[in-house]
Design a protein around this ligand. Structure first.
Ligand SMILES: [Zn+2]
Ligand SMILES: [Zn+2]
Length: 358
């Protein structure tokens, strides 16, 4: 009997004719899905908040990412005012492992924007400042590089010397001026030194390359950041172009009682230059001032649904309190009247009952 099963070909034997069928998914869709699948970052959440610092912002204490969470605040005109970042380790595993490291998305945004602008201004306007940054970042490297270059020359000289010593040693052996045993001993000694020197030379040249790259990096960074002078908005592209990582410390209360928070920005090419300190915004400060619906005076509301200025609110609260008291007193009085009427009826019933007995 003839098998009805067709022999299937191996995939490599398939004849592929591209673009003859309209695919179920277009190439574009496929690419998008691939990108989403490979990207670990969620750059936009359901509320429309773009997490431009995704993958960049880290906890100073445990190294975990800070995650953006929306904080329930009603009627903020701008989504960024409804978001704060906090340590993901803390959020997942609780306060046994880390602390909250809360930072308002607005505060972070403002701090980073200001810092980028500061560097951009410097790179454009202030040659002296540029040199100061360069100097600060490379000064130690310069003196170290000089010392290393000196060492490098010395080591190379010694290597050449060893070569000469070795060949004359070999000559001595051939001419039988030294014994086989002495030759072995001396050549072993030279070889050992040679290996040590070569290892050290490798180290030195690696460190030197690093330091040359660093001073080139400062120039690269400054020529990169000058393009961003005067920017008012940040997006993920700008952040990723300029910044490697941002480290956020826990809020701390300093001697005079003010609360501050340390942020370290590690820029591309140059790394960490200096820490920033911000005064964390209290949540309500992110609200725009509005006018009291009673007296019309401008005030800063402490919630999105606030309607009255503090004075009016207090007055209204008192009036309402009094009204409520009056109402409740009235209710109580009414209840008393009803109760006593009921009691009266009961007494009459009792009286009637007792009449029957006698
Ligand atoms: Zn943490
Ligand atoms: Zn008012």
């Amino acid at each position: 009997m003839k098998s009805r099963k067709r022999l299937s070909k191996l995939p490599e034997e398939w004849e592929v004719i591209p673009d003859t069928h309209e695919g179920i998914v277009t190439q574009e869709e496929f690419d998008t899905v691939q990108r989403l699948m490979t990207s670990r970052r969620r750059e936009e959440n359901a509320g429309g908040f773009k997490n431009i610092f995704a993958g960049i912002i880290k906890c100073a204490d445990c190294g975990y990412a800070l995650r953006a969470t929306s904080v329930h605040r009603r009627k903020r005109p701008d989504i960024i005012d409804c978001v704060q970042y906090s340590c993901n380790n803390y959020a997942r595993n609780g306060n046994g492992v880390c602390t909250a490291h809360n930072i308002e998305a607005r505060d972070l945004f403002n701090a980073v924007l200001a810092d980028i602008n500061r560097f951009a201004d410097m790179a454009v306007n202030d040659e002296k400042a540029v040199r100061a940054i360069e100097k600060r970042l490379t000064e130690t490297d310069h003196s170290r590089a000089k010392a290393l270059e000196k060492e490098q020359r010395k080591l190379n000289k010694r290597l050449a010397e060893l070569d000469r010593l070795f060949s004359s040693l070999y000559e001595d052996k051939v001419m039988e001026r030294i014994t086989e045993r002495n030759f072995e001993m001396m050549s072993g000694k030279y070889q050992k030194e040679q290996l040590e020197i070569e290892a050290r030379l490798k180290e030195v040249s690696e460190t030197l390359t690093e330091s040359y790259e660093k001073s080139q990096g400062v120039r690269d960074f400054l020529s990169l950041i000058r393009n961003y002078q005067g920017i008012k908005e940040l997006d993920a592209t700008i952040i990723n172009a300029l910044i490697d990582k941002i480290i956020v410390s826990e809020r701390e209360t300093i001697a005079d009682g003010t609360v501050r928070q340390e942020i370290k920005i590690y820029y591309k090419f140059i790394g960490f230059v200096g820490e920033l300190h911000i005064i964390p915004t209290k949540r309500w400060a992110a609200l725009k001032p509005k006018n009291c619906t009673v007296c019309g005076i401008e005030y800063v509301p402490n919630s999105g649904i606030s309607k009255y200025c503090p004075e009016c609110r207090e007055r209204i609260r008192k009036v309402r309190g009094t009204e409520a008291k009056i109402r409740s007193r009235e209710r109580n009085r009414q209840a008393c009247i009803e109760l006593s009427a009921k009691n009266d009826r009961l007494m009459w019933v009792d009286a009637e009952d007792s009449l029957d007995i006698f």
